[in-house]
Design a protein around this ligand. Structure first.
Ligand code: CU
Length: 112
């Protein structure tokens, strides 16, 4: 098979990543969607606030990995590409007391 044919086959077989935008503000997260399918995903953090914020993401499971998007300045945007297994994920801001003040949310990943 030629390189071009291989490229076309992989483009057809590889699903487009699911996308979720997480809007941060003082002190809440607004998700563009609360449910996505499992597999490749892009999480985008957009800081609409006046303070810096970050984002941690962790599945409700024993020894689950914690994914992180770094601290983002006001008007800043960060993307994280990852693969998500089915389950419920906690999202929160790790800075200061932001989580306790309301910067947390839940994302549901269903089996694709
Ligand atoms: Cu924050």
């Amino acid at each position: 098979m030629t390189a071009l044919a291989l490229l076309l086959v992989s483009a057809v077989l590889t699903p487009a990543p699911a996308r979720v935008q997480v809007g941060a503000d003082e002190f809440s997260f607004a998700l563009s969607r609360r449910t996505i399918r499992s597999g490749p995903a892009i999480i985008e953090l957009v800081n609409y606030g006046e303070d810096e914020h970050d984002l941690a993401l962790r599945r409700h499971a024993f020894r689950a990995r914690t994914f992180r998007l770094q601290t983002t300045r006001p008007s800043g945007v960060r993307d994280l590409e990852l693969r998500l297994a089915p389950g419920r994920y906690a999202l929160w801001c790790t800075l200061a007391d932001h989580r306790a003040r309301g910067m947390h949310a839940t994302l549901v990943v269903r089996r694709s």
